[in-house]
Design a protein around this ligand. Structure first.
Ligand code: ZN
Length: 87
């Protein structure tokens, strides 16, 4: 599965039995320290996108986290399907 396919397209594995997300490619990621509910291997995604969406563009806070697994507390999944045109 890909995490945020339109923004970072990060390959991940979701392990529901262990309640965690495993990053497949990166061994360091960044976590928002304002809410601790957003992680990304791309620091700029927290600063530029998440902080605006979730925290009204207040000063961003984040910390680097080493490892490949993140604890999963809430899972929101959205599948976007592009309509097919038939001519
Ligand atoms: Zn946050």
């Amino acid at each position: 599965m890909k995490l945020r396919p339109n923004k970072e397209n990060e390959p991940i594995e979701i392990d529901l039995s262990a309640k965690q997300i495993n990053f497949q490619k990166n061994k360091t990621f960044y976590q928002c320290t304002r809410c601790a509910n957003f992680v990304s291997p791309k620091m700029e995604l927290i600063i530029d996108w998440h902080n605006a969406q979730a925290h009204d563009d207040l000063s961003p806070g984040f910390k680097p986290v080493k490892g490949t697994a993140v604890s999963l507390t809430t899972l929101r999944y959205a599948a976007n399907y592009e309509p097919r045109l038939t001519i």
